[in-house]
Structures are given as structure tokens and as C-alpha cells.
Design a protein around this ligand. Structure first.
Ligand code: FAD
Ligand code: MLT
Ligand code: ZN
Length: 475
């Protein structure tokens, strides 16, 4: 838990919550939206990985932007620290309090205001769950541009706050590319309404971009306008087995060249990741291999797309890069194949303590990170440590997971900052898509120069002068 893991962090000089504060919050929201019962609070205080845990005494559940604004005015005046929380699926400890911060949960801010089937713009509250948005968008022939394993729980506000990437960034682009409008409440309660619906809007600075990936440290996101692409009329999926990382790269190149405009996802996983999902009962449909790839296409003409996929798989096998594989355009089969990739995270945490890393690397160093980490840990005397590597190969984003029976400060010290340094030395990023949160904050200087971090600190001061918004996170 936090205090054990991070003994160096000290509580800031924030006001402690009193019964007087609770009465003010209850007058604003009503008793039922001010949670104080210890059992009710437990899940809000603990992160998804069960590695960071605070002891907040209150969760506030606003339903409107005005209520969020009033909450922030009170917290600003009283100097109460605040932790904004979406679906609490974040993987870097950013979504839970470190100490006793007031938790502002966006989960009741869940109205979908409009889905425009002509322009593809979805206007909604920040607390809408991603999967629900996608299901509603589907009714109008649209899809959300991002998709991730946590879609059933994560919220669009959390996706924006973390600049979530996910499984189809290769095709549809990042959150930053698809977000047209945003509404944010600042630390002092001021509402910044930037709910733009125009594709083009160069009126001054693109302020909304600052909040994408700000992880709750610059403001509370309350509303969004997301540009959604048409839902594909035809989808195909291949699940392939390969014997080496070089073959993975070869196959990725071939997929880009042969599937070109239809390629919508290109993911890889190693044998350890496969073993992990098999341990939770999922069955691998092909023979055992060192690497696996999930390659998906989105198109509009099923016979054309299936033919393309079939040619691609045939050529990859003729070439010898792919040694085994299957492909399908049946929704239930594709769903089962996707599960093998999407449920790795869950399966890893089921049996072991996981040291989780989310790094970007030039592709020539991508899987080398797993091999180098294994060698480094062996040299440090850690024998038989399992390391799994999987991720978004098409985006150069590796998820490296070191597994052990229980947390060990020595093992953590052997991995960090070594792995971050190894990554930056090769031109990579120490946080590709999960953010810095609480767990990575002290390493920001490895990823960014002092001048850049200085400008970030200045922006933080500008938006949140007294530092009440998600303290101890990001910088
Ligand atoms: P939370 O976890 O609640 O919060 C995350 C951060 O955003 C915190 O710092 C919080 O303070 C802040 N925040 C949340 N809501 C708001 C708001 N309205 N205003 C301001 N700040 C806010 N991430 C990826 O990028 N790609 C993946 O493929 C991916 N897959 C995942 C798979 C699994 C199984 C899990 C558990 C997580 C995965 N994640 C992935 C990580 C995670 O970043 C995403 O799940 C998601 O974007 C977080 O959304 P959330 O609503 O749960 O936010
Ligand atoms: C994923 O791509 O599955 C995620 O980002 C989650 C993880 O890294 O475990
Ligand atoms: Zn990911």
C-alpha cells in the first residue's frame, strides 16, 4: 500500500475535512450524494491495481457542471485537496487519493446530450462510460474512436484526462485528434466552456489540448464533444503465431502494405502473456508460439475486405514470418479472439504482484526492452522472475510487466529508474498512454527537460494556484 510503497511522500498543508464541510456539501448535493460510510468509500480509495490506497473520508457525486463548480468554490475557499475520479481504471495511481483528498466522482454526470449522425459529433457529460457511448453511437451508424479493455467501466472524462490510446489508435488517432470540444471546471470553480462543435476553430490558443492528459491536475472535465467515425460495415480479424520478434516486425510491415487503408489494429503479445490469459481459462486457438499478433481491419465491403485479409495471411505464411494463424469475420469468433488480448491485464493481476510499465520505443528496441530487463534483473540477482511483453506494436507502445509473488522494495529499486533510463536513452517515452499519475511522478525529469517541466509547473500554478487539484500527481 501507499505508505509502505512510497514512504517519501508527505501530506500537503491542506485543511482537514470537518463536519462543517460535510454539512455544506450535503446542503449542495443532498445527503445521498455525499458518501461518508467507510464501506462505501473503500472502492473509491483503492486503485484498480490495488497498489495505491488513500483514506479519504468523503466522496461527492455531482450531477451537473454547476454542482462541480460549487464544490470547487468551496474546496478552493477552504483549501481542501481534491481528487477527481472517473471509472477508477487508471493504472498509475492517479485516480485515488494519496491521503485524505476529497474525492469528486463524475459517475452521475452521465447524460448523452446529442449524437449527430451527419457530422459524427457526440456531445456528452464527462462521466459517460465509454462502452455505453459506443453502443449509443452504434445506433446512429457511428463508433467511438477509441476502444480499450476497460471500456465497460472507464469514462470519457477519464479517457480525456489520461489521453488514453487503446487498441485502434493506429487507425483513428489519439484523443487529442478526436476531441472537438471540452468543458472544464478550474480549481477556483470557474467554468471554462469550450464545447466547440466545429472541425475548424483557430480562435486563439487551443486551450482544450492542455487538459487532454492533464490527469485531473489542471481542472475537472465535465463535458466533451467527440468526433466519431462511421461504424465499419465489415470487420475482419486475424490471430497469428510467430517465432521471433523480427517476424512480428515483418508481419507488421506486410499488414501495413497489404491491408493499408483497412488496417484498424495491430497488436502483439508474447508467450508469457498468452500463458497468463490461458490461466484464467481462455483457450488459444492456434499452436504454441513465441509471439502472437492480433490484426484487425475495418472496411465497408466484406467480400473485398475478407479477400484482402485472406491474401495477407496467405502471404505472411508463405513468407514464413507467420507459422500458424486463424482469421474470421464472425462477430462471436472475433470477440473471443479479442479477449485473448484484452484480458491480459486482468489475468496478470489475478495471480501475482505486477510491476507495470507502459513505454514507447522505436520499433528496433521494442521487444529488446523485455530481454534487457530480464538480463538486468538476473544480473542484480533476481532469478526466475517472469516478464511479459504485449502491446500496441503499431504505435510503438510496449506494456512490460514484471511479475512476482509479492511486492518487494528491492525488486522495485532494481527496475526503477533503470528501465526508464534505458527507455529514454533509446529515444522512447517512459509513459506512452497511461500517464504519470502518482506512481511515475518523480520520474518526469527523465522524460522531459527541466525547461519543459518548468513550463508545466507554471501552467499548473496558473490553473490551480493553491495546488488543491490532484496533489502528489504528475509533477
Ligand atoms: P480514472 O481511472 O478514474 O482516472 C484516471 C486519471 O484521470 C486520474 O488522474 C483522475 O484524477 C483523472 N480523471 C478522471 N476523470 C476525470 C475528469 N472528469 N476530469 C479530470 N480528471 C479526471 N489506457 C490506455 O490508454 N489504453 C489502453 O488500452 C488501456 N487499457 C486498459 C485496460 C484495462 C483492463 C485497464 C484496467 C486500464 C486500461 N487503461 C488503458 C488505463 C486507463 O487510463 C484507462 O482505463 C482510462 O482512460 C481511465 O479512465 P477512467 O474513467 O477509469 O479514469
Ligand atoms: C492494454 O493495452 O491492454 C493496457 O494499456 C493495459 C495494460 O497495460 O495492462
Ligand atoms: Zn495499452
Amino acid at each position: 500500500l501507499t505508505k509502505d510503497l512510497y514512504p517519501d511522500v508527505k501530506r500537503g498543508d491542506f485543511t482537514k475535512l470537518t463536519s462543517g464541510h460535510l454539512q455544506i456539501f450535503e446542503r449542495l448535493l443532498g445527503k445521498e450524494r455525499v458518501l461518508t460510510d467507510k464501506d462505501d468509500l473503500a472502492s473509491y480509495n483503492m486503485d484498480w491495481l490495488k497498489m495505491v490506497c488513500g483514506y479519504s473520508e468523503v466522496v461527492l457525486k455531482p450531477k451537473t457542471t454547476e454542482e462541480v463548480s460549487e464544490i470547487m468554490k468551496i474546496c478552493f475557499k477552504e483549501h481542501l485537496a481534491v481528487c477527481p475520479q472517473g471509472g477508477n481504471t487508471g493504472l498509475v495511481g492517479g485516480s485515488v487519493p494519496v491521503f485524505d483528498e476529497v474525492i469528486v466522482s463524475l459517475s452521475l454526470m452521465n447524460k448523452i446530450h446529442n449524437i449527430d449522425e451527419t457530422t459524427g459529433m457526440v456531445t456528452c457529460d464527462a462521466g459517460c462510460v465509454l462502452e455505453r457511448l459506443d453502443n449509443e453511437a452504434a445506433k446512429k451508424g457511428l463508433m467511438m474512436p477509441l476502444d480499450l479493455g476497460a471500456k465497460g467501466t472507464c469514462q470519457i472524462g477519464g479517457n480525456i484526462a489520461t489521453c488514453a490510446g487503446g487498441l485502434r489508435l493506429i487507425r483513428y488517432g489519439s484523443m487529442a485528434a478526436n476531441l472537438l470540444g471540452l468543458e472544464v471546471v478550474l480549481a477556483n470553480g470557474e467554468v471554462l466552456s469550450m464545447m466547440n462543435h466545429m472541425k475548424k476553430d483557430n480562435t486563439g490558443y487551443h486551450l482544450k489540448q492542455l487538459f487532454i492528459g492533464s490527469e485531473g491536475t489542471l481542472g475537472i472535465i465535465t463535458g466533451a464533444v467527440v468526433q466519431c467515425p462511421p461504424r465499419p460495415k465489415s470487420v475482419t480479424l486475424a490471430f497469428l503465431g510467430l517465432q521471433s520478434y523480427e517476424d512480428v516486425l515483418k508481419t507488421y510491415r506486410l499488414a501495413k502494405s497489404l491491408l493499408s487503408e483497412t488496417l484498424s489494429s495491430c497488436e502483439m503479445m508474447d508467450s508469457r502473456s498468452m500463458e497468463s490469459v490461458e490461466r484464467i481459462g481462455l483457450a488459444c486457438p492456434i499452436n504454441k508460439n513465441k509471439f502472437y499478433m492480433v490484426i484487425e481491419t475495418h472496411g465497408s465491403n466484406s467480400s473485398h475486405d475478407e479477400e484482402k485479409m485472406s491474401n495477407f495471411v496467405a502471404e505472411a505464411m508463405d513468407d514464413g514470418a507467420v507459422v500458424d494463424g486463424t482469421y474470421s469475420s464472425q462477430p462471436s469468433t472475433m470477440h473471443n479472439l479479442w479477449q485473448l488480448r484484452e484480458r491480459i491485464t486482468e489475468s496478470l493481476t489475478r495471480f501475482n504482484y505486477i510491476y507495470k510499465y507502459d513505454i514507447s520505443l522505436p520499433l528496433e528496441h521494442f521487444y529488446e526492452a523485455v530481454i534487457a530487463t530480464r538480463k538486468h534483473l538476473e544480473e542484480k540477482g533476481f532469478k526466475d522472475i517472469q516478464i511479459s511483453g504485449f502491446g500496441h506494436i503499431g504505435d510503438g507502445n510496449l506494456h512490460l510487466n514484471v511479475e512476482d509473488k509479492a511486492f518487494s522494495r528491492e525488486l522495485l529499486g532494481a527496475i526503477e529508474p533503470w528501465l526508464f533510463e534505458w527507455t529514454t536513452e533509446r529515444g522512447g517515452s517512459i509513459s506512452a498512454e497511461h500517464g504519470m499519475g502518482f506512481k511515475k511522478r518523480k520520474f518526469i525529469g527523465l522524460g522531459k527537460s527541466p525547461s519543459v517541466v518548468g513550463v508545466m509547473a507554471g501552467l499548473k500554478k496558473q490553473f490551480d494556484p493553491t495546488g488543491i487539484l490532484n496533489p502528489y500527481k504528475v509533477i
